[in-house]
Design a protein around this ligand. Structure first.
Ligand code: FDP
Length: 323
């Protein structure tokens, strides 16, 4: 049965919480709508596949093969954020260096984003997402303003059976979920997210790497496979989708280091920081899986595309690793 009470739209809600951020979030949520449209028609208009040039396959700053939709999504985000007149610096997964917003469009916010995360899933119509974190530039050196605990807003948009935008603001603001209502073309508020205390028993990791893991990671994962503990494994291979499930159902998601990828695979500024901030705000934990684990948000990254091993999810599951 359809409910007839109108829900607050994304911008109405955002404006109430932090009016200062309205322009930036307007740019982000419009970008998400555009990206969603591009994804949904990609198979029809030939937007699947990778970018090939005379030099061979195009790669982004992190060495990933670029898909057509990676490039389109990046352009959409950059264009909308620059024209919001509210940003000073943009850090994108797809760009080697920081993007300095021209003076005539300059504002005070720094936005770090992955325009299309999980894009290796795109051609087979599996969930992908956009991830972002916003900081205020209050120092001339932009990297002095970027710190896990200085995030003023973090969120992601999941392009799945429904398009959902999940966002959090300052500590204590909670994690809000908005769903794109195609009948009105708006994201409407569909509830707050809190990781369930007694969640489903799910572990999520790319186990094909297990031979290359350190012993501590192997020991931890083996806890989920003990007979009769009733754990099940779910791994989509799109961080946004795997984290979204973890927030809603409970359990854990990890991308640890291995002998080939000493720092894991996921990037700090635009993947791990925003997801860690959201997870903590939803009542969970997000840590590195180094020998002495510590909070993701306490990492002090030095380079834009720096990576870290990560474990996040329900407190009890993450605490098993710490123990
Ligand atoms: P993708 O390469 O498809 O863009 O950071 C990128 C990411 O996806 C994450 O979204 C995902 O969690 C991870 O890589 C999957 O990596 P594996 O294929 O190595 O499991």
């Amino acid at each position: 049965m359809e409910k007839d009470i109108p829900s607050l739209t994304f911008l109405q809600k955002v404006f109430k919480i932090n009016p200062d951020l309205t322009n930036v979030l307007n740019a982000i949520h419009i970008s998400c709508k555009v990206i969603q449209r591009q994804i949904s028609k990609a198979g029809i208009v030939g937007l699947h596949g990778i970018i090939e040039s005379s030099n061979g396959l195009e790669q982004n700053a992190s060495g990933d093969i670029q898909k057509k939709l990676d490039v389109i999504s990046n352009e959409v985000m950059i264009d909308n954020l620059i024209h919001s007149h509210s940003c000073s610096i943009l850090l994108s997964e797809e760009n080697e260096d920081e993007i300095i917003v021209p003076d005539e469009f300059k504002g005070k916010f720094i936005v770090a984003f992955d325009p299309l995360d999980g894009s290796s899933n795109i051609d087979c119509n599996v969930c992908v997402g956009t991830i972002f974190a916003i900081y205020e530039q209050n120092d001339i050196e932009w990297n002095n303003c970027i710190d896990g605990d200085k995030i003023i807003c973090a969120g992601y948009c999941l392009y799945g059976p429904a398009t959902e935008l999940v966002i959090t603001f300052q500590k204590g603001s909670g994690v809000m979920k908005f769903t794109l209502d195609h009948s009105i073309g708006e994201f409407v508020f569909t509830g707050n997210i809190q990781i369930p205390i007694v969640g489903k028993k799910i572990y999520s990791v790319n186990e094909s790497n297990c031979e290359n893991w350190n012993q501590n990671i192997q020991d931890y994962i083996s806890l989920f496979k003990i007979k009769d503990t009733k754990y099940t494994q779910r791994y989509i291979g799109s961080m946004v989708a795997d984290v979204h499930r973890t927030l809603l159902y409970g359990g854990m998601f990890m991308y640890p280091a291995d002998s080939k990828n000493k720092d894991g695979k996921l990037r700090i500024f635009y993947e791990c920081f925003p997801m860690a901030r959201i997870t903590e705000e939803a009542g969970g934990l997000a840590i590195t899986t180094r020998r002495s684990p510590y909070r993701i948000l306490d990492i002090k990254p030095k380079k834009i595309h720096e990576k870290t091993p990560i474990l996040l999810g329900s407190k009890d599951e993450v605490e098993k690793f710490i123990a």
